[in-house]
Design a protein around this ligand. Structure first.
Ligand SMILES: *[C@@H]1O[C@H](CO)[C@@H](O)[C@H](O)[C@H]1NC(C)=O
Ligand SMILES: *[C@@H]1O[C@H](CO)[C@@H](O)[C@H](O)[C@H]1NC(C)=O
Ligand SMILES: *[C@@H]1O[C@H](CO)[C@@H](O)[C@H](O)[C@H]1NC(C)=O
Ligand SMILES: *[C@@H]1O[C@H](CO)[C@@H](O)[C@H](O)[C@H]1NC(C)=O
Ligand SMILES: *[C@@H]1O[C@H](CO)[C@@H](O)[C@H](O)[C@H]1NC(C)=O
Length: 548
C-alpha cells in the first residue's frame, strides 16, 4: 500500500507544465499513429490488388523467366535460374534478340551459311516453354557463334568467340600439347589459362550432355553400303531418302571433347566380353549402330557371325553377334518394359498384364553381361498400357487402375533390385540410356504426325519427351547399390528432328507410306552413332579411373 501511494505521489510530483507537455505529446502521437496506420492499411490493400493483377498477367512467365545476359556482340544467352548451380555454368541456347527468337538458326562448323531448306516445320513438342515455340519456319540464316567457358575456382569467366574463330584460340598457345589431331578445345583453353589442375578436374567433371551439334564432313563413321546389319526400318538411304546432311553431325560438348569413335579401340575395350543391349526398338536401333561402327575394324565380314544364324528383322528380339578375333559378342534382347509381360485371368478372360513386380523372363540371358545398356521408355504410353486399366499386376492382384508414373517407378525398382542382386558389380558395367525424344508434328504417330520435311537440326532441343520418367529413372539409379551410368541422350537428341526415318522407314505393302511416318526411330548412320560415342567415352573414362 505504502509503496503504491509513494509511486502515485511521485508521479503527481511532476510539475504542471511538464505534465501538460507530456499529455500533448502523447495525444498527438496517438492521433498520428492512428492516421498512419489507416494510411498503411489502405496503401497495402491497393498494393495487393496491383501485384495480383500483375501476377495474373505474367503468370505464365514467372517460372521460366530467363536471365538475359547481354553481351558485346548483341547476342543474348538464356539461363533459366534453376540451371545455375554448383558454379557450373550451363548454357546451351544462344539466341538472337527477343523478336527473332522463333528463327531457327542452323549451326555450322565453319560458320558458312547453310542452305535454306525452305520447308515448313510445325513443332508440337511438349517443351517447358512450348507456348512460345510455335515454330513455323526454318530459316538458314546467320551462323551460330561458338561459345566457350573457362571455369576458374568458383568463378565463371565467359569468353565469346565469334564464328570461325575456333582456330584463334589455338594460335597463342606456343607449347602445344601432343594431341595433334585431337579436337580437345578444353586443353587449348587451359593452356591459355595455364592451369592444368583445372583442366584435369574439368575433363573429369565435364558434362557431355551440354553442347551443340557441329557439322562435320568426316562423318558418318560408316555407310549403309558398308554395314549389312542395318534393318530395313532404319536404312533410310537405301529406302530412298535423298538428303544426306543428317549423317554429318557430331556432338561437341561445351567443356571438353568426346573422342571420335575408334572401332579397334572399342573392340579392345570389349575383348573377351559380352556387350549387351536390353530394351525396346530404340535400343535395337543403338545396337545396330554399334555393330555398324565396329565393322570397319574387321577386314573379313565372315569373322562376325550371328550365333543363332538369323537375319536381323524388325520386331524380332534376341540377337547375338560374335566378333571372332576379339572373342566378344554384341547382343540385343528385346524387352519393352524390362519387367514381365504376362497374362492373368480377369473375370472370365485371360488378358495381357504387366507384372511390375517381376523382372522380364529374358533376364537370365542378360545376367552374365559385362557391359549392359538398358532402356525402357516408349512403351509406357497410354495407348500401349491400356490406359492403366486392368493392366498392371503385382502378385495375384491386377490393379483396376494405376497411373503410369507409379507403375513405371515400381517396375524400375523391380529392375533395380534385380541388377543389385544379379549383376556382378566388380565385373560388369551397367548403363541406363535415357529416353530418346520423338518429333511428330501436326498429329500423333497414328494420326498423321510427320517430320519428313525436316532436313536440318534445330537450335533448340525440342521433341516429345517424358521428362517425368527421366527424373524417376535418375532417382532410382541414384539409390542403387550398383553403380549405374546414365547415358543422358535426351537433350542432345531433341535437336535432331532431321534424324528420323519419316517415310523412309518400313514399307507398307509395296510402298513407303506417307500417312504413317516414323518420327521416333533414327536413320542409320545417324543419331544413335553419337549415343555410342557417349558409351565409348564412358567406357574409356571407367578404364582410366580403374588404373588410378
Ligand atoms: C487471371 O486469372 C484468371 C484465373 O486464373 C483468369 O480467368 C483470368 O482470365 C486472368 N486474367 C488475365 C488478365 O489474365
Ligand atoms: C526485330 O527484328 C528486325 C530485324 O529482323 C528489326 O528491324 C526490328 O527493329 C526488331 N524489332 C524489335 C522490336 O526489336
Ligand atoms: C501456331 O501456328 C499455327 C499455324 O500458323 C496456328 O494455327 C496456331 O494457332 C499457332 N499456335 C500458337 C500457340 O501460336
Ligand atoms: C540430361 O541432360 C540435360 C542437358 O544437360 C539436362 O537438362 C537433364 O536434366 C539431364 N537429365 C537427367 C535425367 O539427368
Ligand atoms: C528372347 O529370349 C527370351 C528368353 O530366352 C524368350 O522368352 C523370348 O521369346 C525370345 N524372343 C524372341 C523374339 O526370340
Amino acid at each position: 500500500m505504502d509503496h503504491q501511494r509513494s509511486l502515485r505521489q511521485r508521479s503527481l510530483c511532476i510539475k504542471p507544465t511538464r505534465f501538460l507537455v507530456f499529455t500533448l505529446t502523447v495525444s498527438s502521437s496517438v492521433t498520428f499513429l492512428t492516421f498512419f496506420s489507416i494510411w498503411i492499411i489502405r496503401s497495402t490493400t491497393s498494393l495487393h490488388q496491383e501485384s495480383h493483377v500483375q501476377f495474373n498477367g505474367s503468370f505464365l512467365h514467372v517460372d521460366h523467366k530467363p536471365i538475359t545476359i547481354h553481351t558485346l556482340t548483341g547476342f543474348s544467352k538464356d539461363i533459366s535460374a534453376s540451371d545455375v548451380k554448383d558454379s557450373i555454368l550451363i548454357a546451351t541456347q544462344l539466341r538472337r534478340p527477343e523478336n527473332t527468337s522463333r528463327t531457327v538458326v542452323i549451326s555450322d562448323l565453319k560458320g558458312q551459311e547453310r542452305k535454306e531448306s525452305g520447308s515448313i516445320v510445325t513443332e508440337e513438342g511438349r517443351d517447358t516453354d512450348a507456348e512460345e515455340d510455335n515454330f513455323t519456319s526454318i530459316q538458314g540464316s546467320a551462323p551460330e557463334p561458338s561459345y566457350e567457358e573457362v571455369q576458374i575456382s568458383e568463378k565463371v569467366e565467359e569468353k565469346y568467340i565469334g564464328p570461325s574463330s575456333i582456330e584463334n584460340i589455338e594460335a597463342p598457345s606456343e607449347e602445344r600439347i601432343e594431341e595433334t589431331n585431337s579436337r580437345v578445345a578444353s586443353i587449348k583453353e587451359i593452356q591459355v589459362t595455364g592451369n592444368e589442375r583445372i583442366e584435369e578436374k574439368r575433363l573429369r567433371n565435364c558434362d557431355v550432355t551440354k553442347g551443340r551439334w557441329v557439322y562435320d564432313e568426316s562423318y558418318p563413321l560408316y555407310t549403309h553400303g558398308s554395314c549389312p546389319f542395318i534393318d530395313e526400318g532404319f536404312n533410310c538411304e537405301t529406302n530412298g531418302r535423298p538428303d544426306k546432311d543428317y549423317m554429318k553431325w557430331r556432338w561437341q560438348p561445351e567443356d571438353c571433347d568426346i573422342p571420335r569413335f575408334n572401332a579397334k579401340k572399342m573392340l579392345e575395350l570389349i575383348r573377351g566380353k559380352r556387350l549387351v543391349f536390353v530394351g525396346d526398338s530404340i535400343n535395337r536401333n543403338q545396337w545396330e549402330s554399334m555393330l555398324c561402327m565396329l565393322m570397319p575394324a574387321i577386314k573379313d565380314p565372315k569373322r562376325i557371325y550371328e550365333t543363332h544364324g538369323r537375319r536381323i528383322t524388325k520386331d524380332k528380339g534376341n540377337y547375338s553377334f560374335k566378333f571372332v578375333d576379339y572373342k566378344c559378342t554384341v547382343e540385343y534382347y528385346v524387352s519393352h518394359f524390362l519387367v514381365h509381360e504376362g497374362k492373368a485371368r480377369i473375370g472370365q478372360k485371360r488378358k495381357q498384364t504387366l507384372r511390375i513386380d517381376t523382372i522380364d523372363r529374358g533376364s537370365s540371358r542378360w545376367r552374365g553381361a559385362d557391359i549392359v545398356i538398358f532402356n525402357t521408355a516408349h512403351w509406357w504410353s497410354h495407348y500401349k498400357t491400356k490406359a492403366g486399366i486392368n493392366y498392371y499386376q503385382e502378385g495375384n492382384q491386377v490393379h483396376p487402375k494405376l497411373d503410369v508414373s507409379t507403375a513405371f517407378r515400381r517396375a524400375l525398382m523391380t529392375w533395380a533390385s534385380w541388377v543389385d542382386k544379379h549383376i556382378n558389380q566388380r565385373k560388369a558395367q551397367v548403363f541406363f540410356r535415357s529416353s530418346a525424344p520423338s518429333h511428330f508434328s501436326g498429329g500423333q504417330w497414328n494420326s498423321g504426325g510427320h517430320c519428313m520435311e525436316a532436313t536440318q537440326t534445330l537450335t533448340k532441343s525440342l521433341g516429345i519427351v517424358d521428362s517425368e520418367k527421366s527424373i524417376i529413372a535418375e532417382e532410382i539409379v541414384k539409390q542403387m547399390k550398383t553403380r549405374v551410368t546414365m547415358l543422358n541422350i535426351t537433350s542432345l537428341s531433341g535437336y535432331r528432328i532431321d534424324g528420323h526415318p519419316s517415310i523412309y522407314g518400313r514399307k507398307v505393302g509395296n510402298q513407303y507410306s506417307s500417312s504413317i511416318q516414323d518420327c521416333s526411330h533414327w536413320c542409320l548412320p545417324g543419331v544413335p552413332d553419337i549415343w555410342n560415342e557417349f558409351l565409348y567415352f564412358h567406357l574409356q573414362c571407367r578404364q582410366a579411373n580403374s588404373f588410378e
